[in-house]
Design a protein around this ligand. Structure first.
Ligand code: AMP
Length: 493
C-alpha cells in the first residue's frame, strides 16, 4: 500500500507545493518520518540519499513553523527557527532549493549559506530575517562570529548526512554550533551509516530519539545492476568506453579516490573527446555548480567526481556509475552507486578492479552481503593509444589510478599476483604472452593521431558516434592551458 500525502493533513500551502512537485505518494522515509517530526520528537533516521529524506524532514518542519508565518518586513519578526546543516556546498544548495520549493506558497523565508562565496550578499539576506537557514558548518560559524547569524530562537536543527560531516572532520564545528542553540529544541539526525561516532553524537545531542530506518544503511538498491571488471589502470578508460557504447548510455558518473586523480581523469577523458566535467574539493564553488548544471542539462556526458564532492547529489536518471577506483571505504561504494537506479529506475554500477584492489572488493562484499564476481572484459584491439596519453604517462602510474595523492602504497607482491591472475591476462606484460614479445601497438584511431583541434559545439555523445570519426567536444573548464615553464640548466653538477 502506498501512503499518500493527503493523509497527512498538511497545510494547503504546503500541500499545493507538494502537488506541484508531482509526487504521487510518499517514499518510505517520508511515510515514517513525517508523522513523527510533526509531533516534535527527535529523530535518528537511517536513510540513503535519494530516498526523499529532504521532504521527510522539511515538510513537517515547515508545517510546524507555520504558526510563526507573518508578512512583516521587520527582521525581528523573522528569526532563524530552523537550522539545517550539511557537509558540502552542493548538498546545502540542493536542500535549500528543495525547501524553497516546498515553502513557496508560505510566508516562511529560507536561505542557504556556504563557503567559497562572498559573505556580503549572505549577510545582507540574513539581516533581513530568515526562518529556515541551510548551511555548511564552517560558513555558519563565520556568520555566528560576525553576529550575522543569531541562533537563540532555533527550534529545530537537522544534521543531515551526519556521517559525512564527521568524516570531513566537522565534529568540533558541529559541537560549537550546537552550543549556540537553545537546549529546548527538536533535533533530527540523518545518516546513511551509524558508526560508533555517530551514535555518540546522537547520544550527546538527541533526546529520546525515534529511530527510523527504512532501508538497511548498507543495502544497495535492487534496481542497480552491479558489475565488477578486472582492469589495469591503463585499460580502465577503454572498459568504460566499451560499456557506454555497448549499452548506448548517454551519461555517467565516474568516481575516483582523489582530487588529483579526478582532475587528471577528467582532463584525459576530455582529450579523448568526451564532454566531461569534474567535481572535486579543489574546484571553486562556481565551477562545481556549473559542472553540475551542465551535467543536469545534458551538456556534459561524464562527470568525474570524488566522494566528498558528490555525496548526496540529487541528479535523477544517471544511468550508470563507474568506480574508476575501488573506494577505500566500502560504505562509499554504497553511496556512489546510490547515484543510479533511483526511485525504482534501473541503473548500472560498474567497478573497475585493478589487481591491488582485491582486499577492498572483499570489504565491499562483506558490507553488501553479496558475492562479487570479478569478470574480465575482452577489449577490441590493443590497449589505449599511447600518443594522446604521453603527458599523463609522464607522471607516475599510481596517479592515474588516483592513488598517488591519496598515499596508497603499491606493493610489488600485488604486481606479481596480478601477473598470475588470469582475469588480468589482457594486461599481462606483453613479453610474457605466448608468442613472445609484441611491440606496443601503434594507434589506428585517426582521432588520436591528429593534432588537437579546437572543438565544435553541440556534438552528440561521443560514444554514439563511430570511433573513427570521433567528434571534438567543447573543451571543459577542466582543461587549463599548460603553463610554459622556462628552465635554467647549470652544467658541471
Ligand atoms: P532526497 O533524498 O531528499 O535528496 O530526494 C531525492 C529526490 O526525490 C528529489 O529530487 C526529490 O524531489 C524527489 N522526491 C522526494 N519525495 C518524493 C516523492 N514522494 N515522490 C517522488 N519523488 C520524490
Amino acid at each position: 500500500m502506498t501512503a499518500s500525502f493527503s493523509n497527512l493533513s498538511l497545510a494547503p500551502t504546503l500541500a499545493r507545493a507538494v502537488a506541484e512537485m508531482g509526487y504521487e505518494s510518499m517514499t518510505p522515509i517520508q511515510a515514517e518520518a513525517i508523522p513523527v517530526v510533526l509531533t516534535g520528537q527527535d529523530v535518528m533516521g537511517a536513510a540513503q540519499t535519494g530516498t526523499g529524506k529532504t521532504a521527510a524532514f522539511s515538510l513537517p518542519l515547515l508545517q510546524r513553523l507555520l504558526k510563526h508565518e507573518n508578512a512583516s518586513t521587520s527582521p525581528a519578526r523573522h528569526p532563524v527557527r530552523a537550522l539545517v546543516l550539511l557537509p558540502t556546498r552542493e548538498l546545502a544548495d540542493q536542500v535549500a532549493q528543495q525547501i524553497k520549493l516546498y515553502a513557496k506558497y508560505t510566508q516562511l523565508r529560507s536561505m542557504v549559506v556556504f563557503g567559497g562565496m562572498d559573505m556580503k550578499p549572505q549577510t545582507a539576506e540574513l539581516k533581513k530575517g530568515v526562518e529556515v537557514l541551510v548551511a555548511t558548518p564552517g560558513r555558519l560559524l563565520d556568520h555566528i562570529e560576525a553576529k550575522t547569524a543569531v541562533l537563540n530562537q532555533v527550534e529545530y536543527v537537522v544534521l543531515d548526512e551526519a556521517d559525512r560531516m564527521l568524516d570531513i572532520g566537522f565534529l568540533p564545528d558541529l559541537q560549537r554550533i550546537l552550543s549556540y542553540l537553545p537546549k529546548q529544541r527538536t533535533t533530527l539526525l540523518f545518516s546513511a551509516t551509524f558508526s560508533p561516532e555517530i551514535k555518540r553524537l546522537a547520544g550527546s545531542y538527541l533526546q529520546n530519539p525515534v529511530t527510523i530506518e527504512v532501508a538497511r544503511p548498507n543495502e544497495t538498491a535492487s534496481t542497480v545492476e552491479q558489475r565488477f571488471y578486472a582492469a589495469q589502470d591503463d585499460d580502465k578508460r577503454r572498459v568504460i568506453h566499451k560499456i557506454l557504447t555497448d549499452r548506448g548510455l548517454q551519461q555517467a558518473f565516474i568516481f575516483t579516490n582523489s582530487k588529483l586523480g579526478c582532475a587528471r581523469l577528467a582532463r584525459t577523458l576530455e582529450r579523448e573527446g568526451y564532454k566531461t566535467g569534474a567535481l572535486h574539493g579543489d574546484k571553486s564553488q562556481d565551477e562545481r555548480l556549473k559542472a553540475l548544471e551542465a551535467f543536469k542539462k545534458g551538456e556534459v556526458n561524464l562527470l568525474v567526481c570524488t566522494d566528498v564532492a558528490a555525496r548526496g547529489l540529487d541528479i535523477k536518471d544517471v544511468p550508470a556509475v563507474f568506480n574508476f577506483d575501488v573506494p577505500f571505504n566500502a560504505e562509499d561504494y554504497v553511496h556512489r552507486i546510490g547515484r543510479t537506479g533511483r526511485a525504482g529506475a534501473s541503473g548500472l554500477a560498474v567497478t573497475l578492479v585493478s589487481p591491488s584492489d582485491t582486499r577492498l572488493v572483499g570489504d565491499i562484499e562483506k558490507l553488501i552481503k553479496k558475492k562479487i564476481d570479478i569478470e574480465s572484459m575482452a577489449l577490441d584491439g590493443d590497449r589505449a593509444p599511447r600518443s594522446r596519453f604521453e603527458g599523463e604517462r609522464g607522471r607516475s602510474d599510481g596517479e592515474r589510478g588516483g592513488r598517488h595523492d591519496a598515499e596508497r602504497p603499491r606493493f610489488d607482491g600485488e604486481r606479481q599476483r596480478r601477473d598470475h591472475d588470469p582475469r588480468f591476462a589482457l594486461d599481462a606484460p606483453r613479453e610474457r604472452r605466448p608468442g613472445g614479445f609484441r611491440p606496443a601497438p601503434v594507434s589506428r584511431d585517426p582521432f588520436f593521431d591528429k593534432p588537437y583541434e579546437a572543438p565544435q559545439a553541440d556534438v552528440p555523445a561521443v560514444w554514439e558516434s563511430n570511433r573513427g570519426t570521433m567528434p571534438r567536444s567543447p573543451v571543459s573548464a577542466n582543461i587549463k592551458p599548460k603553463r610554459k615553464v622556462a628552465a635554467l640548466f647549470k652544467t658541471g653538477e
